[in-house]
Every structure is written in structure tokens, then in C-alpha cells.
Design a protein around this ligand. Structure first.
Ligand SMILES: [Zn+2]
Length: 262
């Protein structure tokens, strides 16, 4: 499932390939895929004639600004979405091996006057497109999160720390795999109420967030964490050999080590 690292790859692809090209037509066959009041007619009317000028990202949300006071197009990758430009996709093809090229999966997109195209391909249809989104419904982007901001959020929350880290309105971008990897690296139990973390633990957590994002981005995505091999029933901690604990925390399947994650 796409998390912040996959969204960043898609952003980089858009930045490299889609900026400055004039939009000719809009492909919006699925009204359900359009969110927050956007209709196919409105999308078709708003974008042609404009060019994307910047590709931004906040958490997992892709933000494509347009020229001449045009709208900002927002794309959500959902559970299975990929950005495809001129038929080239961002991301690891192995990760999405089941994601073929059924034209029905092109839920939203634009063609350019030069003959190319940008599509959001989404087999599971849980992504979305909208115009001029309220970006502030999302919290601070996980790549920009620094210790003071993390400390403030942790102190105010009694939720399990994993739930806080995945709360997109507080910290934007972290999903299930990245969060488990971060807590594994920080040595913190995912179910600990956030406001019970000591300051040294919050510091470890801040370091683990930044290291995890940097290292896993280089390795190729959110599925490349150190604890991934242990993410199966009977899996053992790669650090100390303990049998991993499998629980549901915040509604998500969670793997953690009962020995070094306290
Ligand atoms: Zn361990």
C-alpha cells in the first residue's frame, strides 16, 4: 500500500515528466472517484489549457499546481494507486505485480496536447482526485517533522503511539509498515499511550522517523524495512531473536518485539 515514500516517488516522476505540458483533455469516467464536491463536468472544464507548474506533496497527498490562476489538482493514491505518465509508472513493479494495465483502472487523468498523458491507475478504486483541497486538514509532513513538533503531539495524546503516528491530521504520510518499522527501530511498544513516553524515548522516536524515511527511500519503499522478514506468524526479531508479537493496534495488524520494544 502506498505510504509517504511511494507518494514521493510519484511526485518525483510528475516533477520530472509532467510539468510545463499543456493539458488537452480530462479523463474523469468515475464520479465516485472525485471527492469533495468535484464533478466530472467541473474537472473537464477546469484543467484544459493549463499546465502543471509544481508537483508538491503533503503526506500521501499529491498536489499539482497549475499556471494562470488555474486550480491545484490533488491526487490520493489510496490503497493501490499509481501515477502513470506516458505509460510509465512510478514505483517498484514487483510490489504492484498484480497491477496490470486494465483501462478501467484509469480512474482519473489528463492528456497533453503533445500526445502524452498522466493517469492515476487504481485497481481497488480507493484513491481520489479533487481540486483545490484543504491542505491543512493534514498534519505536518513526516519528512519535515522535527523533535519539538513531535514532542508537542506526543504530550497531548493518550492514544497508542502507533495510532498517533498514523493520524494523518497530526502527522501526514506514515502508514502501517513505516510506523511498525519506526517503532521497531526506536524500541517503543506500539500500544504505549503516547503521553507515557519519556523524553529520551521521544528523541529516539524522532531519530527513528527521520532515519527510517531516509534509509527506506534509498532502499526503494516502505516494504524494505529491517523488521519486514519477521512480519509473519512465528516470525523472530532480527535484533534479538525473540518471537514477534502480532496484535491489532488502531485496527491495523501490528508486529512488534516483546523484548526490545517496551
Ligand atoms: Zn527485539
Amino acid at each position: 500500500m502506498p505510504e509517504i515514500l511511494e507518494a514521493e516517488k510519484a511526485r518525483e516522476l510528475i516533477e520530472a515528466r509532467a510539468l510545463g505540458r499543456e493539458i488537452a483533455t480530462v479523463h474523469a469516467p468515475d464520479a465516485w472517484f472525485l471527492k469533495r464536491g468535484l464533478t466530472p463536468d467541473a474537472a473537464v472544464a477546469a484543467l484544459p489549457g493549463h499546465r502543471f507548474t509544481t508537483a508538491r506533496r503533503r503526506g500521501k497527498l499529491l498536489l499539482l499546481d497549475t499556471d494562470a490562476n488555474g486550480p491545484t489538482l490533488a491526487l490520493h493514491l489510496g490503497m493501490s494507486g499509481r501515477v502513470v505518465i506516458d505509460d510509465e509508472a512510478a514505483g517498484d513493479p514487483l510490489l504492484y505485480a498484480s497491477n496490470g494495465d486494465n483501462p478501467r483502472w484509469r480512474r482519473f487523468g489528463v492528456t497533453f496536447t503533445d500526445g502524452g498523458s498522466l493517469y492515476l491507475r487504481d485497481p481497488r478504486r480507493l484513491g481520489a482526485a479533487e481540486l483545490d483541497p484543504d491542505e491543512d486538514r493534514l498534519g505536518v509532513d513526516a519528512f519535515s517533522l522535527r523533535l519539538p513538533a513531535l514532542r508537542a503531539r506526543v504530550a497531548k495524546s493518550r492514544a497508542p503511539i502507533k495510532v498517533l503516528l498514523m493520524d494523518q491530521s497530526r502527522i501526514a504520510g506514515l502508514g502501517n509498515l513505516l510506523t511498525d518499522e519506526i517503532l521497531f527501530r526506536a524500541g517503543v511498544d506500539p500500544a504505549r499511550p503516547a503521553n507515557t513516553l519519556r523524553d529520551d524515548e521521544v528523541r529516539s522516536l524522532a531519530r527513528a522517523i527521520s532515519t527510517t524515511l531516509r534509509v527506506l527511500k534509498r532502499r526503494g519503499g516502505s516494504h524494505t524495512g529491517d523488521h519486514m522478514p519477521a512480519r509473519e506468524p512465528g516470525g523472530h526479531c532480527p535484533r534479538d531473536g525473540a518471537e514477534m508479537l502480532r496484535r491489532t493496534v488502531g485496527g491495523r495488524t501490528t508486529y512488534s518485539c516483546p523484548v526490545h520494544q517496551l
